[in-house]
Structure formats: C-alpha cells, structure tokens
Design a protein around this ligand. Structure first.
Ligand SMILES: Cc1ncc(COP(=O)(O)O)c(C=O)c1O
Length: 368
C-alpha cells in the first residue's frame, strides 16, 4: 500500500541538502549573520516579485502584522474586521497591537464575506484585514468599495498567498501593508520561522523598518522605541535562492489542483476549491487544497487507513470558536464549514500516482 503523509518536513531539507548546505556555508563562513546584503537583496527581490514598493524581512508573519499595526498607530478600542476562518495569529496580532479583532462570517468562496463586513462596522471600526487564504486573494474590488465608503484602511494577512493575484495584482499589495510567512510548509518556506512586511508608502516603510530593529532607521539612528524582529541573513539567502524557482513550484501546485478537480469533480458529496483557471480574475497558488465533505470525520479515518494524511485547518476552529479568548458568536457559514472542511495533500512531494490513489480512495469511500 502507498504511504502519503500530509506533509513531510524532513524532505524539505533531505531532498536538497547539498544545494542548501553550500548556501549556508557561504553565508556563515563570511560571518554575515544579521542585516547583511543577502537580506537586503532578498527584500528587493521580494518587493519586485510582488510589485510592492518595499519589503522588510522580519521574524515571522505574526510579528509582521503586529509591527505594521503599531506603525499605523492602532489605538486601544480600535476595531479591525477579520474573517473567522483564519489563523489565530491574525486576531492575536490585532490584540497585541492594542486593538480589537472582530471576526465575521465567510461567504460562498470560504473567504471573508463582504456583506458580513458591512454588517460588523461600528463607530470604532478603523480597518479591514482580509486573509488571502489557501493561496487565493479575496474579491478585493468589493472589499475596497466597502473600505472607501466607510473610510476604513485595508491591511492584508497574505501569510498564505505569496504570488497569488486578483485581476493581475499581487496578494499583499492592496492596502497599507501586509504580511507574508516563510514558515517551512509555506509555498516559499525556509528552515525555521521567518516573515516579511510588504508596504508601498515610504514613511510607513521607515516606521516599520525602525520598529523591527530597536527603533533604528536605515542609517542606524534611533528614531523611536522598537523591538528586535529581523529575518536572519542565512534564511534570507535560502529564500532568495528558492524565489528564483517559485513560479515553477506554483505551476506544479496548480497542476496538482487541476488533477484533483478532474478526478473528483463528479462526486456530489464534496465541494472543491475553484479550478486553476488562467482566464479567471484569480490566480491561485494553492498553499492548501481545502475541500468540504459529507461525513468528513469518517472520510478522514478511511483515508488514514489507506495511509493518506489529511489535515483539518486550525484544529477545526474558527476565531469565533475560541470562547476562552472572549468570543461568543454564531457565524452560520463558518460554523457549517468547520464541520465539513478537510485538506488533502498539496505539496511538491506528492506524485501524479499519489493523486490518483488519493482520488480513487475518496471515490471508494463514498461508493462503499
Ligand atoms: C493565514 C495565516 N496568518 C498568519 C500566520 C502566521 O505566520 P507565522 O507562523 O509566520 O507567524 C499563518 C501561518 O501559518 C497563516 O497561515
């Protein structure tokens, strides 16, 4: 029987160890560990890749969000509307930065629902932070309209969406600032925690740069209070190397998504993410392949017996389900979603044969 884990972390290193060892050796033996040219080169490459004016490498995407919210000047009591279907980090960054996260329901696309955003606006609302989830950008035309009508800023949680586009525009470039995550399992992942802020405005860029490096600006002069959240130079060198082949990696993920679609589209019991359609407004990078399914838990067990790993995102909880954090809401679409969602293997280690086997096993389960 085949064995297809959901994700194989050791392979990230083992399959390419000679390539990466030589990069690490080169940077480490130069003694350039912190804030050196590998990092500034990567920041330039990343900004160019996405079309943002600037990027700042930071410790992780959660720090990125905390830092840009501090730079924007978030105040106690300021409310920011988020999707309940996001990582806890989106909400906790707002809380840590002094604001109040307001989770709302998802729409038919399982991303933040524009109508729910409008209904959640209060006199304290200052911004909207959509999560560009699973490598897909929300309908930003609708979200921009709401933000303009109500004088709200947009910042993006684009942790999962590097390279994803809406009407040709890259995730992370629609608002004041955004975060990208380089967690190892991300489409562009490194060997530890790392992240970046994308930002267009020069003044805001300087504030963000200062906050991430003890309040110091590019010239080393201390301009404000800050912290230390810098992207390591070794990780930056690895990320630069991987960014060169990023488009190829995305093409493979899109090909896997296409195979899942072709093989599973006739099953009424499951709903699939949209096709990787070249003519659509969306260019998706498929950070995850998340489906919804009848008898989800039985399906998960069945696939497990067939040695196929699956994952239920965020441990099966939306933000509004965390009652210990003070949330107490009913969000019907999100509630229903979390009873049905499950992610299938989506990474460079799965072969076409593996996808065949996974899809055959899913069909077997529903035809039993
Ligand atoms: C949607 C989303 N937001 C934020 C984060 C946090 O990223 P990091 O682990 O780099 O802090 C993640 C990471 O998984 C994520 O998926």
């Amino acid at each position: 029987m085949k064995n297809i884990p959901f994700f194989e972390y050791p392979k990230l290193w083992n399959d390419y160890k000679y390539e990466y060892s030589s990069i690490i050796d080169k940077v480490a033996s130069s003694g350039g560990f912190i804030l050196q040219k590998e990092l500034s080169n990567f920041e330039i490459d990343l900004a160019q890749f996405t079309g943002a004016n600037y990027s700042v490498g930071v410790g992780n995407a959660t720090d990125a969000m905390e830092i840009f919210l501090e730079a924007i000047g978030l105040k106690k009591g300021d409310e920011i509307i988020i999707s309940s279907h996001t990582m806890l980090a989106t909400a906790s960054a707002i809380k840590v930065a002094g604001g109040t996260p307001v989770p709302v329901d998802i729409g038919d696309d399982n991303l933040i629902c524009p109508k729910s955003i409008e209904e959640a606006i209060t006199p304290n609302t200052v911004g909207i932070m959509p999560t560009q989830l699973n490598g897909r950008v929300c309908d930003m035309d609708k979200i921009k309209k709401i933000s303009q009508k109500n004088s709200l800023f947009i910042v993006e949680d684009a942790a999962q969406a590097l390279g994803a586009r809406f009407k040709g525009q890259h995730a992370g470039t629609f608002g004041l600032a955004s975060c990208i995550s380089f967690f190892p399992a991300k489409v562009l992942g490194c060997f530890g925690d790392a992240g970046a802020v994308l930002v267009n405005d020069k003044n805001l860029y300087h504030k963000i740069f200062q906050i991430h490096d003890h309040g110091r600006d590019l010239d080393g002069e201390v301009k404000r209070w800050g912290r230390n959240s810098r992207l390591d130079n070794i990780q930056a060198a690895i990320l630069s190397h991987k960014l060169k082949t990023y488009n190829k990696v995305v093409e493979r993920r899109r090909a896997i998504a296409q195979m899942y679609q072709d093989l599973l589209k006739d099953l009424e019991e499951i709903q699939l993410p949209p096709y990787p359609n070249k003519n659509s407004d969306h260019f998706d990078v498929y950070q995850n392949y998340e489906i919804t399914a009848d008898k989800r838990d039985e399906l998960k067990n069945y696939l497990n017996e067939k040695n196929i790993g699956t994952l239920i995102q965020w441990g099966g909880k939306g933000i509004h389900h965390f009652q210990n954090l003070g949330f107490n809401q009913v969000l019907p679409n999100t509630d229903k979603f979390f009873k049905r969602c499950i992610m299938l293997p989506m990474n460079l280690f799965v072969s076409n044969d593996d996808i065949d086997y996974i899809c055959k096993s899913i069909k077997e389960f529903y035809r039993k």
